[in-house]
Design a protein around this ligand. Structure first.
Ligand code: FES
Length: 148
């Protein structure tokens, strides 16, 4: 038996009928086409699937889609605004903060683990983002659900 789930994702309202056992990460990827949220381990360890739920980092492989009813979600696709990357995204771009790149959305949404071990540029990217966001109040971006 399917259940209705209504959410706001990256500022857009969505409503679907879903199986109660459908994981939120699969809902985002398969129902909404938001494939920036990755599945790394599927066992709640890696963080590649991290999104924001009402402004708090959540591993979307640990939550059912129906639990997102009435919540504000933000995925990696919701971080850029008006064609401009979020300062954290920009810093990862500028510092080449990745190795294979699969975990990058998880790193940007919240701390995640990377099995590639290429942490040097990732650390540089985080430091650059922190510097940019603290030095430029206008650029000081808050990462909140709903695309704000
Ligand atoms: S896929 Fe690894 S924590 Fe969710």
């Amino acid at each position: 038996m399917k259940h209705k789930v209504a959410t706001t994702v990256n500022g857009r309202r969505h409503e679907h009928e879903v199986e109660p056992r459908l994981l939120l990460v699969h809902y985002l990827r398969d129902n909404l086409g938001l494939t920036g949220t990755h599945i790394g381990c599927d066992t709640s360890q890696c963080g590649a699937c991290t999104i924001l739920v009402d402004g708090k980092a959540v591993k979307s492989c640990t939550m059912f889609a129906v639990q997102a009813e009435g919540r504000n979600l933000m995925t990696i696709e919701g971080m850029a605004k008006d064609g401009e990357l979020h300062p954290i995204q920009q810093a990862f771009w500028d510092e080449h903060g990745l190795q294979c790149g699969y975990c990058t959305p998880g790193f940007i949404m919240a701390a995640a683990l990377c099995r590639c071990t290429g942490y040097v540029n990732i650390v540089k990217a985080v430091q650059t983002a922190a510097k940019t966001m603290s030095a430029t109040p206008a650029k000081k971006a808050t990462v909140t659900a709903g695309g704000n």
